[in-house]
Design a protein around this ligand. Sequence first.
Ligand SMILES: *Cc1c(COP(=O)(O)O)cnc(C)c1O
Length: 519
Amino acid sequence: MNREGLGAPAPVAPLSALPETFTGNRALDLEEGLIFEIGRAEVCGVDLPVPEGRSERLGGLRRAEAPDLPGLSEPEAMRHYVRLSRMNYGIDSGLFPLGSCTMKHNPRLNEKMARLAGFADLHPLQPVSTVQGALELMRQLSRQLLALTGMAAVALPPKAGAHGELTGMMAIKAAHRAHGRNRTVVLVPESAHGTNPATAALIGYEVRALPARPDGTVDVETVRAALSPDVAALMLTNPNTCGLFERDIVEIAAAVHAAGAYFYCDGANFNAILGKVRVADLGVDAMHINLHKTFSTPHGGGGPGAGPVVLSPALAPFAPVPALVEQDGALTLVETEGAPGAEQALGRMSAFHGQMGMFVRALAWMLSHGADGMRQASEDAVLAANYVRASLMDLLSAPFAERPAMHEALFDDSWLAGTGITTLDVAKALIDEGYHPMTVYFPLVVHGAMLIEPTESESKASLDLFIGALRDLAMAAKAGDMARFLGAPHYAPRRRLDETRAARAPMLRWVRPPSQAAE
Ligand SMILES: *Cc1c(COP(=O)(O)O)cnc(C)c1O
């Protein structure tokens, strides 16, 4: 088998002396090769008729040999993918502590609604007269987002938080242009998610970093000192990536506006303030909302993402097309910039109107929770994060701990000083305990950061088990139990990867080893 770059298979029970198995399987923990390794070119799971009476229209591009595709019978194909899925870790298999990610439960009710034929079987090119129900759903979702944020307009098309950032920042650029202002600089605090500076740079702005003050938040005086007639916008995350509410945010917004700039708020952490804070009251001009975070739609591999962006009255005219409008009692989409209803639109951000399936799921979550339920969700999320922090504070070290946390608990690595164990070792050892690791080494402003966001999904019992695992690891680290950490994970199907090599020299193509050359 060709496993170069995949890491060596886990040795059987490295911490004790258990026998090796013939198959490499360990009971229900099944070893599985790549499909190229187990498939055979001569096998096919279906019988396809030989096409007859068709003319060749490939213009000489017909391949000389059959492609070397791995063939499997239907049960083999089924087993292959089921076995792979069992090696995966997801929110349906356990607590997902990734900070700044809001990995919450995806309710099955959402899935049921998204599978209704009237939503699931639509085509984006259908005449709008045949999709009035879907457009009404988009209008209701928009109303909910506007009610929750107090903003003037919402653009649904963006397909990720980062794409929403891009949309909001392009609206800011369009607004400056419309007012004849040529501004070149965007201010971004050092603790920002990497997508913030990347977005600003992508559309041609010079990014200037703002330091945080010792308490982990941005000081209005720092912002004032950095503002100038060149500054187009400030991008600020609230609550920020240290899990703290930016308490001077209203004053900061006022200073930004007084300098003729706009205030972009990164709304990825909206889950902590949902139903508690109307972002319009903070002076925000644009903010993306990750439906796959706050509004429970699937995240990561289960996506796709959806990142609607809400806009202030100053930016609303620049929202992208398609714009949802009501005309003569029916809903319709204005598809071209410049057309009535989209006179100053910045253009188009995606082929169609956005991720319809995610709109259905997000609205299902909103309606099943109601206003009181959404507020309680954010309260429970904040309570869970503070419970995790308080339960670990005596063993781990937490920066900025004078203030309560918002959606996530942040630890640094000073508690590991002198142990020879790193944040990465702790994260890997957590895999052996059956958890996805927390976010590590982010935010960059905290040394050896470990960022834990439990969300409101977890019961107290589930939080206690997770806290217990981390406490046990912390005590083992302090007691010098190096075996538990070095080389961890010990029990995963693959051992620790050389992550730098995997990132810098990824092997994206399987090459048939000479010993297996097809005859
Ligand atoms: C997740 C996140 C983003 C990016 O959102 P995507 O949907 O992953 O593109 C931006 N900022 C912060 C603070 C985030 O947590």
